[in-house]
Design a protein around this ligand. Structure first.
Ligand code: SAH
Ligand code: SF4
Ligand code: F3S
Length: 468
């Protein structure tokens, strides 16, 4: 067996793509290895979202060049592949900056890896074509063994690309136009995952709630409309079908755009028991002026009203968001609006970033870039508020009984770790359980990153229909 080392940066879709590339390479006789040392093929699956993510790739490539040279001295030929969003954005420029790279392959071209690797054996190769054909139709299915090794939770890409063109964001350029996989193709993949033990699926897409895939039959009513080839299914309808797959106990979806929270999707949070009460719904900023400059296409109040409707459907839902501080032109008072929104909504968790100008995006050319020290100070203040609400949310769990899906061994012997419906990590001591069990757990303590609990006694289990 030849060995391949795959390292993914960036978002969950890169994790998914990395697994699909491993599946392709496995058919070519490659076995995955956890370290680059000794690998015949080293694949960096990269992220272009912020400048720092890109710099990381070049630093890593410098180290890999040294490794390649050292392995060559021992008679081993190592190939270096750059995949993912930096590959798409920078193409052949990567090989100019780091000549040790043999192959550059974009996110919509990796189904051609076998042929590209053959070509790269004799010359440096680049393939960054954006979709001409649906790559998913060419990808081999993972083997039952590969599925089991990856655990009981899985990501499944259902939608890719983005047509929103937020002024700061590279994704529409690196992933291309919005595309939804057909329902039947997604269902085949999820049924296969479930048959090999997956219980928890997260449907992923850069703009996942814009999902509008070709479905079987001709539907009418919510979530349906007539497409060229038949019925077009929205995300809610797709999730209802996923919920019918035997073994799938938990469903989530990410990442959503506030403009695409359709009524039937909100209703699914009330009606679909397998849909977990957690929603990542990035708002980015709390000032209408900045939201407009970002081309987010909604106001802060529209976001507030949307959250009210989602909470009316599912009162205990945990919410999370992404925030950017220091977008060009952001004033102190704009930033205060963001802090106010954070305090009003009370997010269970959130990611926050300093604005990073990206080549080719409209915001990169705006004047009025915010000074770095102002950005740093704002980020600290924002993160302090986010952390306050995260801790409050976690501490409010203490004393409650929640269902935990056990996913892996815990930190200490005798412990297993899993997640609550609200996506919080929990550690429990248990001798009678194994990975894959769903157990009712009384939360006893909230640490800074995990909850700690014990198995609930029979009289501590909430009746069906009450708290999760
Ligand atoms: N599709 C998702 C997320 C895309 S990228 C969405 O629409 O929300 C993930 C997050 O990175 C974004 O939500 C945003 O907060 C952040 N981000 C994107 N571009 C950025 C940039 N140029 N500088 C800083 N943060 C950025
Ligand atoms: Fe980027 Fe905006 Fe699309 Fe999200 S919705 S991927 S932030 S352009
Ligand atoms: Fe990064 Fe590309 Fe994902 S830029 S965040 S890896 S879509």
């Amino acid at each position: 067996m030849k060995k391949v080392h795959i390292k993914s940066f960036g978002c969950q879709m890169n994790v998914y793509d990395g697994q699909r590339m491993a599946d392709i390479l496995s058919e070519q006789g490659y076995e995955e290895t956890a370290t680059p040392e000794g690998a015949d093929l080293i694949l960096l699956n990269t992220c272009h979202i912020r400048d720092r993510a890109v710099q990381k790739v070049y630093t890593e490539l410098g180290k890999l060049r040294d490794l390649k040279v050292a392995q060559k001295a021992n008679g081993q030929h190592t190939k270096i592949v750059v995949a993912g969003c930096v590959a798409q954005a920078e193409g052949a420029e990567i090989q100019r900056r780091q000549p040790a790279v043999d192959l550059v392959v974009g996110p919509q071209a990796y189904h051609r890896l076998p042929a590209l690797l053959a070509e790269a054996a004799s010359r440096r190769t680049v393939d960054t074509d954006l979709p001409i054909d649906d790559k998913f139709g060419y990808l081999p299915a993972p083997t039952p063994k590969a599925i089991r090794q990856r655990g009981i939770s899985a990501f499944v890409t259902v939608q890719e690309g983005c047509d929103k063109f937020c002024a700061f964001c590279v994704v529409p350029y690196t992933r291309g136009a919005e595309f939804s996989r057909p329902v039947a193709q997604i269902m085949t993949e999820i049924e296969r995952l479930a048959a090999s033990g997956v219980q928890d699926v997260t449907l992923i897409g850069q703009n996942v709630n814009a999902y509008h895939g070709e479905g079987p039959g001709h539907g009418e009513g919510p979530g349906h409309s007539q497409g060229p080839g038949g019925a077009v299914w929205g995300l809610a309808r797709l999730m209802q079908r996923v919920a019918e797959v035997p073994g799938i106990g938990r469903i989530r979806y990410t990442t959503s755009h506030p403009r695409d929270m359709a009524d039937d999707l909100i209703a699914a949070h009330r009606d679909l028991p397998q849909l977990m009460p957690f929603l990542h719904l990035p708002v980015q900023a709390g000032s209408d002026r900045i939201l407009a400059a970002m081309n987010r296409k909604h106001t802060a109040d529209e976001y507030r009203r949307l959250i009210e409707r989602i909470r009316a459907a599912r009162p205990d839902i945990a919410l999370s968001s992404d925030f950017i501080v220091g977008f060009p032109g952001e004033s102190d008072s704009d930033f205060e609006d963001t802090l106010r929104l954070v305090d009003e909504i009370g997010f269970a968790s959130s990611y926050s970033f300093k604005y990073s100008p990206r080549p080719g995006t409209p915001a990169a050319d705006l004047g009025e870039q915010v000074a770095p020290e102002v950005m740093s100070e704002r980020l600290l203040r924002l993160q302090e508020r986010i952390e306050h609400h995260r801790q409050a949310f976690n501490h409010a769990m203490v004393g409650r009984t929640v269902e935990v899906l056990l996913e892996r061994v815990g930190r200490h012997p005798g412990q297993l770790a899993g997640k609550t419906p609200y996506l919080q990590a929990v550690q429990i001591e248990t001798e009678s359980n194994q990975i894959g069990d769903r157990v009712q757990v009384v939360i006893e303590r909230a640490g800074s990153n995990s909850l700690f609990g014990r198995k609930a006694g029979p009289d501590e289990v909430p009746r069906k229909g009450l708290a999760a």
